[in-house]
Design a protein around this ligand. Structure first.
Ligand SMILES: [Zn+2]
Length: 508
């Protein structure tokens, strides 16, 4: 009975699987043309794509708050390189100011590729070589530069994917358009305006996040408050107090650096802080004395603020290391108390009233202090928020206000409270999803990939039917926005193949 059933089911399985397998290979995605073109791309252009990346990263395209992108000489010079490259590769080029479109083909139906040419600020002192010279040698296999992963590597690969499709004369039913926006990291306003009059492609892939395919993004936001100098309490004479506290670099980077000065400090206090800091994973502390002032400097690990779990937040950790005694609410002391009372060392707003929640697909709300800034009238504490679906913006804002009110009742009044919480974004059943998932699976060997949600926000949400497809592999640290940004040569070339094949499949 057992044998007979087993045999029968084996027979049935082989009978069933043969035609299924045949059918799959006949209509498999990626098909033979896509695979052949992808192979051609990597064999022909493996060096050119790296050289082009080297050219693109040589421009420090960080936003200048005083000069709009369309008048910024560095942005204009960067776009001129894109123009020359487009001409050299046989692609058409249109400069719309903040946005450049590089196209292939004439069909009225269009497929978009969404990227950006601007970068985040960088601290060159943290780099082995200039962040604006592609470093191919310091760490073999890695291409290190600001923008290597975010988002100039994707631009270089997209251009050579288009070139390879052109070289091979692949028949296209859709025109392919590469969008390079110059304000993604600073200001989405000009792109939003542009898309009110410019009709975008009917479908797009965004190359600015991770694989396999991103169909949802958390809503980003900030909770910024100022601890006003006017409400500072005066410490009792001779008692240790926090004289200053600062840390962080920009709003979408998990801070790597933080520093506090303790006045009237004692060796005993230093010992306690050292011991508490030593309990923290990934933090390194240094201590310096200037008479009775002790400066405590903490170093963590920078990361993209949408992935606080990939970094070590020096601001949160330093505040925690100082929690070896109660601190008077001097301005800086109140900053430390605020961080310890309301944030702690967690990343999910565990201590901030009732705001914490999670969604089964999009994951938990994340909550990370990013910049502590000395102002004329106090110290500003900015916390970066990334929140999934499941609460309305009104509800979340009300809960944040309630938590702040509660803290102020207990400690000191805050000023200049700025709460901005954006809506999460989710796209149901985008038409390109199956093609992208099977292309990813084919080139990576990963079985049954599924759509994912991310904490970051991309320009996908401004384009119809746009989903992110790479450039980072799932489970790998995303290095964009960090002080150690790179893309591996292997990943760049894998992306070149996947983008080429995906474009062939979606535009054929
Ligand atoms: Zn980006």
């Amino acid at each position: 009975m057992f044998k007979k059933t087993l045999l029968a089911s084996l027979l049935l399985a082989s009978f069933m699987s043969a035609p299924t397998a045949l059918a799959a290979s006949a209509g498999a995605i990626p098909g033979p043309v896509a695979v052949k073109t992808a192979k051609y791309a990597v064999e022909t252009y493996r060096n050119d794509v790296v050289d082009l990346l080297g050219k693109l990263v040589s421009f420090n395209t960080v936003a200048d708050p005083k000069v709009p992108s369309d008048q910024n000489p560095v942005h204009i010079a960067f776009k001129n390189v894109l123009k020359e490259e487009a001409a050299r590769l046989g692609l058409d080029y249109t400069d719309y100011g903040w946005t450049v479109v590089i196209g292939l083909g004439q069909a009225s139906e269009r497929l978009g590729i969404v990227t950006h040419g601007d970068v985040q600020p960088v601290d060159p002192s943290k780099w082995k070589k200039s962040p604006f010279v592609l470093d191919r040698t310091s760490e073999p296999g890695k291409l290190i530069a600001r923008g290597a992963e975010d988002d100039k590597g994707p631009i270089a690969t997209a251009l050579y994917a288009m070139k390879s499709i052109r070289d091979n004369g692949v028949p296209l039913s859709k025109r392919i358009e590469l969008y390079v926006y110059m304000g993604e990291e600073s200001d989405w306003g000009p792109l939003t305006e542009f898309l009110k009059t410019h009709v975008p492609p009917q479908m797009s892939i965004t190359l600015d996040a991770e694989y396999p395919v991103v169909t949802a993004e958390k809503g980003g936001g900030t909770v910024a408050v100022t601890i006003p100098a006017s409400s500072a309490q005066t410490p009792a004479a001779g008692v240790p107090f926090i004289q200053s506290f600062k840390g962080g670099f920009f709003g979408t980077q998990i801070p790597e650096d933080a520093q506090a000065v303790i006045a009237n400090a004692t060796p005993e206090l230093e010992k306690l802080i050292r011991a508490r800091g030593a309990q923290q994973d990934g933090m390194a502390y240094s201590f310096a004395w200037n008479e009775a002032n002790l400066t405590v400097t903490g170093k963590g690990l920078s990361a993209h603020s949408s992935k606080p779990q990939e970094g070590v937040n020096a601001v949160s950790m330093l505040a925690d290391a100082l929690a070896v005694q109660a601190w008077t609410d001097t301005t800086a002391g109140a900053v430390v108390n605020y961080l310890n009372d309301m944030v702690g060392t967690g990343i999910h707003a565990e201590k901030f009233g009732n705001i914490a929640y999670r969604d089964s697909f999009m994951g938990p709300l994340t909550f990370a202090p990013t910049v502590i800034r000395q102002l004329d009238d106090g110290i500003e504490v900015a916390i970066n928020v990334r929140r999934p679906q499941g609460k309305s913006s009104d509800q979340l804002t009300a809960e944040i206000n309630a938590a702040l009110a509660q803290w102020q009742g207990r400690r000191v009044p805050l000023s200049n409270i700025k709460i901005g919480v954006r809506e999460p974004w989710i796209l149901q059943n985008p038409p390109q999803l199956p093609t992208l998932l099977s292309t990813f699976s084919y080139f990576t060997g990963m079985k049954n990939p599924k759509a994912v949600a991310i904490g970051g926000g991309t320009n996908s949400r401004l384009f119809p039917n746009a989903v992110s497809f790479g450039p980072a592999m799932p489970g790998k640290k995303y290095t964009g926005h960090s002080e150690h940004e790179f893309i591996t040569t292997k990943q760049l070339l894998l992306n070149l193949q996947m983008y080429t094949a995906a474009l062939v499949e979606l535009a054929k």
